[in-house]
Ligand binder design. Structure first.
Ligand code: ATP
Ligand code: MG
Length: 256
């Protein structure tokens, strides 16, 4: 199983949007896909399942490793697509989670998920690369980093790259898929300049060629907890994520 963490030290850059839509694209392509909400704020689209936020989830398992996995995996209307909610447990973030224990539990979780035949596991993480997210990155096969196409965001990129380099020391297997530019506005000079600055700053393999345009459809979809592909008129936005998925597949193939 390939596990892709969607992470960034910054908030509001499009991690959840990328996680939901990339997972949906993999599922539609026929790969058995699990989308895991590992942000304690819980923002992954639970209306995919027509259920509310009362579901048990990832952090319940982190707090209590004997929590049955069957109770966590929620099917959707798309047969190849399942979800794990973030869950309710607040103990974990507040007090628990001494590093070694969590890492072990994340690995056990991924092993059990793989044993159920999932081919792709996409993990939406909270902003920041510490705590549970650091453990998730250590246990993952790959990481994708969404980055807003605006000048202020780009300033934090060198720091991010140094953090990821350190991550590779802990997890030499980690495939850094690269930065995904989000909320791109081709009509805005500042947005184009930010994209260009990033191109100048990074080796080309660390930047996705496909950029996610700013599109109100993503906001409307996220308000409903849906992938854009499930929205009326969502075909264009969905095609963007199909291209991103194909780039991910190319990067993963190169790594093997
Ligand atoms: N391409 C886009 N075009 C327009 N709006 C977008 C786009 N991508 C994301 N958004 C909106 O921007 C907001 C932040 O996006 P999202 O929740 O995906 O970011 P995040 O990195 O997961 O945030 P957090 O750090 O809070 O978890 C949301 O309201 C979302 O609908
Ligand atoms: Mg989020």
């Amino acid at each position: 199983m390939i596990t892709i963490a969607v992470s960034s030290q910054k908030g509001g850059v499009g991690k959840t949007t990328a996680s939901i839509n990339l997972a949906h694209s993999f599922a539609r392509s026929g790969r058995k896909t699990l989308l895991v909400d590992a942000d304690p704020q819980g923002s992954v689209g639970l209306s995919l399942t027509r259920q509310s936020r009362v579901l048990p989830g990832f952090f319940d398992l982190m707090a209590d490793p004997v929590f049955p996995l069957e109770r966590l995996i929620v099917p959707t209307r798309l047969e190849t697509f399942s979800l794990v909610a973030c869950g309710q447990s607040s103990d974990y973030e507040l007090g628990g989670g001494s590093a070694g224990v969590t890492l072990h539990r994340v690995r056990e979780f991924l092993r059990s998920v793989a044993a159920r035949g999932f081919e792709i596991c996409i993990i939406d993480t909270a902003a920041g690369l510490f705590g549970a997210t650091a453990d998730i990155l250590t246990a993952s096969s790959a990481v994708m980093i969404p980055q807003q196409a605006e000048p202020l965001g780009i300033r934090s990129v060198p720091k991010l790259m140094s953090v990821l380099t350190r991550m590779k020391v802990v997890n030499p297997e980690l495939n850094i898929l690269g930065l995904l530019l989000t909320m791109m506005q081709p009509g805005l000079a500042e947005s184009r300049e930010a994209a260009q600055a990033l191109k100048d700053m990074l080796p080309s393999e660390l930047l996705f060629q496909t950029m996610v345009p700013r599109d109100d459809l993503f906001i409307r979809a996220s308000a409903r907890g849906l992938p854009v592909g499930a929205m009326e008129n969502g075909a264009g936005a969905m095609a963007v994520f199909d291209r991103i998925r194909m780039e991910v597949e190319g990067k993963l193939a190169k790594d093997n």
